[in-house]
Design a protein around this ligand. Structure first.
Ligand code: ADP
Length: 367
C-alpha cells in the first residue's frame, strides 16, 4: 500500500503540492489524473525517493519512507523503498542489451547467476520481448521499449509500482493495444499501482478508482460513477467538462429539493441538510434532452428555455451551448440536431430529470 499524509512541496516559493493526502490499498490500481503541470510527476518522485518533500509523511506497506517520527526525520533511499518506477521518458540504458537492462536492478540483490538468468528470462516472456533479448533499445519500437522499462522495474519484485504516463511513448495506433496488455499485466501481478495520466479515458480504462489532482492536492477520489455523477469539486467538474452552476437550495417540495439557479426554479433529489444554503450544482451534458416545443406532462422533469449560442460537432455527437441566463452545455447525437432542425440563434427547451442534478456544498469555495 501507499499512504500519503499532508504532503507539501514548493519550487521557488511556488507550492506545487499542497497538503496532499492519498491512500492506495494493497493490490489496488489508482489512476492519478490531472492536467499537465498539476504536480503528478513531482508526487511520484517524492514517493520514489527522488525528491524530498518539504513536509508530510509517506508510508509504503506501513513503513515510513519519508516523514517525521517523533524527533527523528526519516528519508529512505530510493532502493530501500521496494518501489518500481516506469518513467514518462524511457530510461533504458542505450548501450545495454534488453536482457541486461532488465537484469540491471538484480545486481544489488546479490542473487546467484542462475537466479538472475531465471528471473530475466521469465520477465522477457512476461512482456513478450524474448526475441529481442539481445537487441539494443534503439532497435525496438517505443511500445517495446516501454515494455522493457516495465520489465526492468519489475525485476526486483517491488510491492508497489509507479507508472508515469507509461503509454505516452507508444505509437498512436498501438496505444490501445499496449494499454490493454498493460492492464492485463497489472491484474496478473496483483501489485499496488499508481498510474499517472492526463488522459481521462485512459484513466478510466486502466484503473477502477481515479484520484483527480488539482490545486496541489487530491480534489476527489472515486470510481467512474462517483466522479461523474457525484462530483464534489468545481475543479473536477471543469476538468470533466460537466456543467457547473451556483445556486441556492430553497425548500423541500413534494419530496424533492427546490433549488434556484439565477432565479430559475429547478427540482433536484432531496438533501434536507442543504435547505436555506448556497450550493454548487453539476449536470452532465449528456443528461439533457433538447426540444423545440415546451414539454408537456414531463413527470416532474425540469425544463428550462434558452437560446443556442454554439454547436460544436464531435464525432457522432455535438456539444450544444445554450444561454438560459447562464450557459448550459448539452451533448446530443448529431442526427438529433438534424432531425430537430435546430441551429445557432434558435430557441430550445432543455429537459432533465431532478436526479441528474448533483447538489453539493463546495467546501473549498466557502473557506
Ligand atoms: P505534471 O507531472 O502533472 O505535468 P509536474 O510535477 O511535472 O507536473 O510539475 C508541476 C509543477 O512544478 C510545474 O509547474 C513545473 O514547472 C514545476 N516543477 C517541477 N519540477 C520542478 C523543478 N525541479 N524545479 C522547478 N519547478 C519544477
Amino acid at each position: 500500500m501507499i499512504k500519503i499524509e499532508s504532503l507539501s512541496k514548493s519550487f521557488n516559493e511556488k507550492k506545487v503540492i499542497n497538503n496532499l493526502s492519498l491512500e492506495v490499498q494493497k493490490n489496488e490500481v489508482i489512476a492519478l489524473l490531472g492536467p499537465n503541470g498539476s504536480g503528478k510527476t513531482t508526487l511520484l518522485n517524492m514517493i520514489a525517493g527522488l525528491l524530498r518533500p518539504d513536509s508530510g509523511n509517506i508510508y509504503i506497506n506501513n513503513i515510513m519512507v519519508n516523514g517525521t517520527n517523533g524527533t527523528k526525520k526519516v528519508n529512505l533511499n530510493p532502493f530501500e523503498r521496494q518501489i518500481g518506477y516506469v518513467f514518462q521518458t524511457i530510461s533504458l540504458f542505450p548501450h545495454m542489451k534488453i536482457q541486461d537492462n532488465i537484469s540491471y536492478g538484480l545486481k544489488s540483490l546479490h542473487l546467484s547467476k542462475f537466479e538472475v538468468k531465471k528471473r530475466t528470462s521469465a520477465l522477457l516472456d512476461f512482456v513478450g520481448l524474448r526475441e529481442h533479448a539481445l537487441s539494443y533499445p534503439s532497435q525496438l519500437s517505443g511500445g517495446q521499449q516501454q515494455r522493457a522499462a516495465l520489465a526492468r522495474s519489475l525485476a526486483t519484485e517491488p510491492q508497489v509500482i509507479l507508472l508515469d504516463e507509461p503509454v505516452s511513448a507508444t505509437d498512436p495506433q498501438l496505444k490501445e493495444t499496449f494499454r490493454l496488455e498493460l492492464k492485463k499485466y497489472l491484474q496478473t501481478l496483483e501489485i499496488t499501482t499508481l498510474y499517472v495520466t492526463h488522459n481521462l479515458s485512459e484513466a478510466f480504462m486502466m484503473a477502477d478508482k481515479i484520484a483527480v489532482i488539482g490545486n496541489g492536492h487530491i480534489e476527489q477520489v472515486g470510481n467512474r460513477a462517483e466522479i461523474f455523477d457525484k462530483t464534489q469539486s468545481t475543479y473536477v467538474a471543469k476538468f470533466l467538462g460537466i456543467n457547473i452552476f451556483e445556486g441556492k437550495a430553497v425548500k423541500e417540495q413534494n419530496g424533492l429539493l427546490l433549488i434556484e439557479i439565477n432565479g430559475i426554479p429547478l427540482m433536484s433529489a432531496l438533501t434536507p441538510e442543504f435547505v436555506g444554503k448556497n450550493v454548487t450544482i453539476t449536470l452532465k451534458p449528456e443528461d439533457i434532452t433538447l426540444l423545440t416545443k415546451e414539454p408537456v406532462n414531463t413527470n416532474s422533469d425540469n425544463s428550462i428555455i434558452g437560446v443556442i449560442t454554439e454547436i460544436v460537432q464531435m464525432h457522432s455527437t455535438a456539444q450544444v451551448t445554450v444561454d438560459a441566463g447562464f450557459p448550459v452545455k448539452a451533448r446530443i447525437a448529431f442526427t438529433t440536431i438534424k432531425n430537430l432542425g435546430i441551429t445557432v440563434g434558435d430557441k430550445v427547451y432543455m429537459s432533465f430529470s431532478p436526479l441528474s442534478l448533483n447538489v453539493f456544498s463546495d467546501t473549498e469555495k466557502r473557506k
